[in-house]
Design a protein. Structure first.
Length: 116
């Protein structure tokens, strides 16, 4: 008896959007995947600006958020796999984020003088 193996290739991502509660990935084959943002705690705890800053990796087989050090594969999304990050790793990441100095715009002396 002969069996033939069917090779399946995961589709490629074409576009990504992240709302307050959903990660949405448009695929090149016309499908759209939407998953709860709670599946990816780093994205859930990110700012809107950090969520918008992503790039496709490996020709669209994955998505990378450089500010968050987060990578998500299209294959994992299609399989319904949430983040596999351990609680300890996530806790360390959160601790590092909260210890970052906040950058506040400062007014120059000239601007302060004009404002007076």
């Amino acid at each position: 008896m002969n069996t033939s193996a069917v090779e399946m290739e995961a589709p490629f991502a074409d576009d990504v959007s992240v709302s307050v509660d959903t990660l949405r990935v448009d695929l090149r084959d016309g499908r759209t995947i939407s998953v709860p943002l709670s599946w990816y705690p780093r994205l859930l705890h990110a700012t809107a600006a950090e969520r918008k800053r992503w790039r496709l990796i490996d020709r669209g087989q994955g998505i990378h958020w450089p500010d968050l050090d987060e990578d998500i594969s299209v294959e994992g999304l299609l399989a319904g796999k949430p983040s596999g990050e351990s609680q300890a790793s996530f806790s360390n990441w959160i601790a590092k984020r909260s210890s970052r100095p906040s950058i506040r715009p400062t007014r120059t002396r000239a601007k302060a003088a004009r404002a007076s």
